[in-house]
Design a binder for this molecule. Structure first.
Ligand SMILES: Cc1cc2nc3c(=O)[nH]c(=O)nc-3n(C[C@H](O)[C@H](O)[C@H](O)COP(=O)(O)OP(=O)(O)OC[C@H]3O[C@@H](n4cnc5c(N)ncnc54)[C@H](O)[C@@H]3O)c2cc1C
Length: 478
């Protein structure tokens, strides 16, 4: 393994121009740094975080193996072609990135030659509020805003700013005191971790309608200020409208990592248990149904914590780490992919970017529009446990035009996935920020943590690549 790793290292450093040289006895040397040992590292999970961690470790010359439970890599970044015609595709998982805001992610697109496309899914949104559709133009109209129940301050703001930017009105005055996006504390608001953000909105005069939009149950004011401050520091609007996706589907980036990693990624190898000590880790996993054992100097956990907590770890983590693993909360939902034979909404003079006030189907928008065909893909998000036929029936019930041309519908219900039943990390609970942060990103002994859960902001693919880069550096420098 080590010889392969060293060969790969020479090849990869030549490709990337890192300029590192090799010393005898598996020592790595980087200009300006003292020599470091080649480390053997197991990466748990081949989602985008696991693949990126492994890629960064490989680039630094380490001997890395990725163990993935399922028969595919990519995890929640999942582009499908099956069941769709004319080369069309749909993203079952992660859908968009922003610029600015996804700097680490964009750096990999440049490094690996993966193309991004503008994704106008948040432009001209048609919103259904209390059973009635509103265009963006209507939601800037002061009379309409008054009818909806906004107060004078909110009407003045919304008549000049996007509808979903409303939280800026209430949080902006608190953001300038945060200067380090990785430190929510000591900005003068620590006590507000015990105060629900809804109390601040109410205190600062939010209308019942604004509260309906902004309300975040079990979320503290400190958490919400910090979340908004991270966006502020990154120069990202609270509701970014200019978003992007990858040509050919968002799985193109995990695919590019996996291609570089080659046989280092082992599929269908669910991890069964982890033992760790002062000098290394021992992992039991299944391959072709048989239990196998692999040892290494380090393990990086890139499995979302609700799945990770099912794996026995010996000795147990200290109570503060175990608390995070046991108590982190996620949401989960479903992705619908509708294939239509035409842009039927155009003849109705409507935008297909729609948000619904319906419990089963929450939003739809167009994707894959670069594919050379008259057919179109419409993506949708909604609750788990709903059949794709039901989601289509809801769309047909709500669609405000005449007739759609949807001819095919497929879906992925993440709530039902054995190894990936979660979607995105939700807010840390009221009063508990100090228990989760920064504990959630701290390594424990030979076990490091990366993944969408292990960064400051729960923006999945960027949090994955940022935390992957951090964990690879931690191990490289150890
Ligand atoms: C519908 C949807 C929409 C989203 N939209 C966006 C978006 O617009 N932008 C964005 O940035 N993010 C978005 N996300 C979030 C983003 O997809 C995820 O946060 C991100 O892909 C998580 O990556 P990860 O590598 O941390 O974890 P995962 O992708 O969950 O990968 C973890 C891997 O670990 C494997 N695993 C689990 N248990 C074991 C075991 N015992 N042994 C070995 N392997 C195991 C799993 O099979 C999986 O492959 C969305 C997610 C969903 C579902």
């Amino acid at each position: 393994m080590q010889n392969n790793s060293r060969r790969a290292f020479i090849k990869n450093t030549a490709i990337t121009g890192l300029g590192a040289g090799l010393l005898p006895n598996d020592m790595l040397s980087f200009p300006g740094n003292s020599p470091r040992k080649v480390k053997k590292v197991i990466v748990a999970g081949a989602g985008i975080a696991g693949l990126c961690t492994a890629y960064e470790l490989m680039k630094r010359g380490h001997d890395v193996t990725v163990l993935e439970a399922t028969g595919r890599h990519g995890g929640h970044v999942f582009t499908v072609h099956d069941g769709l015609s004319d080369g069309l595709y749909g993203d079952f998982g992660a859908e968009h990135i922003t610029k600015p805001g996804y700097e680490r992610y964009w750096s990999y697109l440049n490094e690996l030659g993966v193309e991004a496309l503008p994704y106008p899914r948040r432009k001209n949104i048609l919103r259904r509020i209390d059973g009635k559709f509103y265009t963006e133009e209507m939601l800037r109209d002061k009379v309409v805003l008054k009818t909806l129940g906004f107060n004078e301050k909110e009407i003045a703001f919304l008549s000049k700013n996007p509808y979903w930017d409303l939280n800026s009105l209430y949080v902006k005055p608190y953001l300038s005191k945060f200067t380090d996006e990785y430190n929510p504390f000591n900005a003068g608001y620590d006590e507000l971790d015990k105060v629900p953000i809804d109390d601040i909105y109410k205190r600062d005069g939010a209308s019942a309608r604004a509260l309906e939009i902004l309300s975040a149950s079990n979320t503290s004011a400190l958490f919400e200020f910090w979340r908004s401050a991270i966006l502020n520091i990154r120069g990202v609007p609270q509701f970014p409208v200019d978003v992007f996706r990858l040509k050919g589907g968002n799985q193109m980036l995990p695919n590019a990592f996996a291609k570089k990693l080659g046989p280092r990624v082992w599929l269908n190898c669910p991890i069964q248990s982890i033992e760790h000590g002062a000098s290394g880790v021992t992992v039991k996993y299944k391959r072709f149904g048989e239990e196998q054992v692999i040892t290494a100097d380090y393990l990086v956990n890139c499995i979302p914590l609700p799945a990770f907590r099912k794996i026995p770890v010996t000795p147990a983590f200290p109570p503060e780490k175990q608390f995070v693993i046991d108590n982190i909360q996620y949401d989960s939902y479903q992705r619908f992919v509708f294939q239509a034979s035409s842009k039927f909404w155009e003849k109705d003079n409507l935008s297909i970017n729609m948000e619904f006030d319906h419990p089963d189907l929450w939003a739809v928008w167009q994707s894959a529009d670069e594919v050379d065909t008259h057919r179109v893909i419409i993506l949708g998000t909604g609750s788990g446990g709903i059949s794709v036929q039901r989601a289509l029936a809801v769309f047909r019930e709500l669609y405000p035009g005449s007739k759609d041309t949807i001819e095919q519908a497929v879906s992925r219900d993440w709530t039902k996935e054995a190894f990936s039943s979660t979607c995105e990390r939700v807010n840390f609970p009221l009063g508990e920020l100090h228990k989760f942060w920064p504990e959630i990103i701290k390594p424990h002994g030979r076990i490091h943590f990366a993944g969408a859960y292990a960064d400051n902001l729960n923006w999945g693919m960027e949090a994955s690549t940022r935390s992957a880069y951090r964990a690879a550096n931690e191990i490289d420098m150890a």
